[in-house]
Design a protein around this ligand. Structure first.
Ligand code: G3I
Length: 390
């Protein structure tokens, strides 16, 4: 293994970063294809995953299972460019237990099988979240027809059954997702309210979920995952204090996921500081859902619709600098073990459906062609001297 790694690094050092003519883009080749003497970088080779071997940082994507396996170009990018994958939706409670007591693991199993076939690690996403709950449990995340004790029992069964189903196949689990509001207060969802009504610590559902998950799969790395932790402020401070409480209670938390949904209008966060201070607690950290949205040009052919082209060249440049800085921040912190982008192409990003007039948030365009930000990430992986991940 060590020999193979050093060969790859040496081969990388021999290659140039010149981008080949567009025709070279069509060239096939797996993400771990060897780079022989005299090889040069084509538009997509070496892949992100090959370049990531210099530092050992895993580079991943969220995968849309409606496209994976049916859209050949999409599937090729997932398989060739990344060495970790996250199901964008298919491991969420709503999808795995659409009818109470009846599990549907088919799509998630397909993701895990694809990952195994392509030597990728899986980030399980996500066990406990107020959103995308099955409608039989809650349609809004804050109300339910079940009693507090039933909610606790259902949560226990869900966590144990899902983690058990995938035991041994998940590298990192996002055990709890988005449990805090931006002002640092806990989100008062059905789990918080159930524990409160039972006279327990309202946030005790989080410690329970980590303990149950750990019992079901002691080898999985268990993460708390949230957005806006990138910025120092009320939310990241609250989560920072909270994970220390979990550690004091010997809750088996291994890491904190920084989602990294950035927008050019809000400025670039002090991300490296925040990664560093969580890492200093003895935790692993990860960038788990990176995308960088900006304002995009309207589509003249379809009134009310938008293209995936930034409104101005300046916004494109700002996006690129955010991509570069997020990856640099992760690389600079040794405990940052993975960097996952939230989707492959602008055409399958969640952004336009939620933020009207914004988009262009990913590395590949609507036609699945690589964008400058994709090349920026390759350049960073290629040029940054980063501490090796263990
Ligand atoms: O599955 C149904 C389908 O049956 C139905 O026909 C269709 C009609 O709209 O909806 C489909 O469900 C959609 C689901 O994605 C699966 O495609 C939901 O409407 C849609 O809201 C849902 O969006 C997902 C969103 O989470 C839900 O909040 C996005 O794809 C997904 O990217 C997004 O991911 C989250 C992370 O899990 C957590 N962090 C934030 C991130 C972005 O919101």
């Amino acid at each position: 293994m060590r020999i193979r790694r050093s060969l790859v690094v040496a081969a990388l050092a021999a290659a140039t970063l010149a981008v080949a003519p567009a025709a070279a883009f069509a060239s096939p080749g797996g993400g771990t294809a060897p780079i022989g003497p005299g090889a040069h970088l084509t538009a997509t080779q070496p892949s992100l995953r090959v370049l990531s071997m210099r530092s050992g940082l895993k580079v991943g994507t969220a995968v849309n299972m409606d496209l994976y396996g049916s859209d050949a170009a999409y599937t090729r990018i997932v398989d060739q460019q990344f060495n970790t994958v996250t199901p964008e939706n298919v491991m969420k409670w709503q999808l795995v237990e659409p009818t109470q007591g009846t599990y549907d693991w088919a799509a998630a199993d397909r993701l895990v099988a694809g990952a195994r076939a392509h030597h990728q690690l899986v980030r399980g996403h996500t066990l406990v979240w107020h959103n995308q709950l099955p409608s039989w449990l809650s349609t809004d995340g804050v109300t339910t027809s079940f009693s507090p004790q039933q909610v606790r029992d259902l949560l226990h069964k869900h966590v144990v059954d899902e983690v058990t189903h995938f035991r041994g196949q998940i590298w990192q689990w996002d055990v709890v997702n988005e449990a805090f509001n931006d002002d640092g207060t806990p989100r008062q969802d059905i789990f918080f309210k159930a524990y409160q009504a039972l006279g327990l610590d309202p946030l005790g559902y989080i410690a329970d979920a980590f303990r149950w998950a750990h019992q079901a799969d002691p080898h999985a790395l268990l993460f708390y995952n949230d957005y806006n932790l990138e910025f120092t402020g009320a939310k990241s401070n609250a989560v920072y204090a909270f994970v220390q409480q979990l550690q004091a209670q010997h809750v088996p938390i291994a890491g904190v996921g920084f989602q990294g949904h950035l927008d050019t209008q809000y400025g670039f966060p002090d991300l490296q500081n925040n990664l560093q201070r969580f890492a200093a607690l003895g935790l692993k950290v990860a960038l788990t859902e990176v995308d960088v949205r900006t304002f995009v040009q309207p589509d003249p052919a379809k009134p009310g619709s938008y293209t995936d082209i930034p409104l101005t060249p300046a916004l494109q440049a700002t996006q690129e600098s955010y991509w570069t800085q997020t990856l640099q921040a992760c690389l600079a912190v040794k405990q940052c073990i993975s960097y996952t982008v939230w989707g492959v192409a602008d055409s399958n990003s969640w952004i336009p459906g939620v933020f009207a007039g914004e988009g262009a948030a990913l590395l590949f365009d609507d036609s699945l062609q690589p964008k400058p930000q994709y090349q920026d990430l390759r350049h960073v992986l290629w040029t940054t001297k980063a501490p090796r991940r263990v």
